[in-house]
Ligand binder design. Structure first.
Ligand SMILES: O=P(O)(O)OC[C@@H](O)[C@@H](O)c1c[nH]c2ccccc12
Length: 257
C-alpha cells in the first residue's frame, strides 16, 4: 500500500458516512512481539488506519501518558529499525493502513532516503513528523514523494489563516488538526474556538480533516467529528492497552465511529 491507498481507505470510510477514527499506539509498549496482534485487533474494531508512534527520548509534543509509554518502549530496546522489521514480518497479513509518528531525529539518524524506502518495503503508508516545520521539510519531501509515502501535515490552533491554508494545500492522506494548544493527553473539554477552527480548515481542502489531541470519549469523537471528518485517539488508547482493557478499546472505537 502507498500514499494513494491511505487516501482511498479514508475516502471509503468517509463516503460510507462513518466518523473516521484513527487510534494511536506506541510501538514497543508491551514488547514488539504483540504489535501484530494489536494492529489486527484495531483493524477488527473498525479503525480506518493505525498511527504508530516511534519511541524517542525527547518527545516535545507529548504529555505524560505517551511519554511514559515511550520510556517503557525504549527500555525494552525498541528502535525505528526494530519497528520497521516487525512491520515487515506481517505486512502481507494486514490491510489496514499504517502511519508512523516520529520526530525528525530518529529519521535523520536512520537516513532519510533509507527511511522512505524502508517505509515502502515494510508497508507503511504515511508519516507524521511533528517537529519538522514547513520551512525545513524539503530535507525529506523528495524521498517521501519518490517512495509514495503520504506526508501528513499538522495544523495548529495558533497559526494564522495564510499559514493554515498553505499547510492544508500541502498535506497528503489527511490534514491533522491539532485541537488543543499544548501537549498530547486526555482532556475533558476543548476550547470554544475549535468548532470554527475545524470548519475553517474544512473549507481549505478536500483532503479529509481529522481532529486530534485530547479526544478520549465517543462523545468527544462525535462532537469534533461533526465539524470535520473524524478524530485521532491517542493517550486514552495507550492507557487502555497498557492496563489490558481490550473490551473497553473495542467499545470506545465502535461508539466513536
Ligand atoms: O494523546 P491524544 O491527546 O489523544 O492525542 C493524539 C496523539 O496521541 C497522537 O496523534 C500523537 C502522539 N504523539 C504525537 C505528537 C505529535 C502529534 C500527534 C501525536
Amino acid at each position: 500500500m502507498c500514499n494513494h491507498q491511505l487516501a482511498k481507505a479514508l475516502e471509503a470510510k468517509r463516503s460510507a458516512g462513518e466518523n473516521i477514527v484513527i487510534p494511536y499506539i506506541m510501538a514497543g509498549d508491551g514488547g514488539l512481539d504483540i504489535l501484530e496482534e494489536r494492529i489486527g485487533f484495531l483493524e477488527e474494531c473498525g479503525a480506518a488506519a493505525v498511527e504508530l508512534g516511534i519511541p524517542f527520548s525527547d518527545p516535545v509534543a507529548d504529555g505524560p501518558t505517551i511519554q511514559d509509554a515511550g520510556q517503557r518502549a525504549l527500555q525494552n530496546g525498541t528502535t525505528l529499525q526494530s519497528v520497521l522489521e516487525a512491520l515487515e514480518s506481517f505486512k502481507e497479513k494486514r490491510s489496514i493502513p499504517v502511519i508512523l509518528m516520529t520526530y525528525i531525529n530518529p529519521i535523520y539518524t536512520y537516513g532519510m532516503e533509507r527511511f522512505a524506502k524502508d517505509c515502502t518495503n515494510t508497508g507503511v503508508n504515511g508519516v507524521i513528523i511533528p517537529d519538522l516545520p514547513m520551512e525545513e521539510e524539503t530535507m525529506i519531501t523528495g524521498s517521501l514523494e519518490k517512495h509514495a509515502i503520504a506526508n501528513i501535515r499538522l495544523a495548529a490552533l495558533t497559526s494564522p489563516d495564510e499559514r493554515l491554508s498553505e499547510i492544508a494545500q500541502r498535506t497528503e492522506g489527511f490534514l491533522y488538526a491539532v485541537s488543543v494548544t499544548g501537549t498530547t493527553g486526555a482532556r475533558n473539554t476543548h476550547g470554544s474556538n475549535v468548532k470554527t477552527y475545524l470548519q475553517n480548515l474544512k473549507k481549505m481542502t478536500d483532503t479529509p480533516v481529522l481532529a486530534g489531541f485530547g479526544v478520549s470519549t465517543p462523545e468527544q469523537a462525535h462532537e469534533l467529528g461533526s465539524n470535520c471528518d473524524g478524530v485521532v485517539i491517542g493517550s486514552r488508547m495507550v492507557d487502555l492497552f497498557h492496563s489490558g482493557r481490550t473490551d473497553d478499546i473495542k467499545q470506545l472505537l465502535q461508539k466513536s465511529i
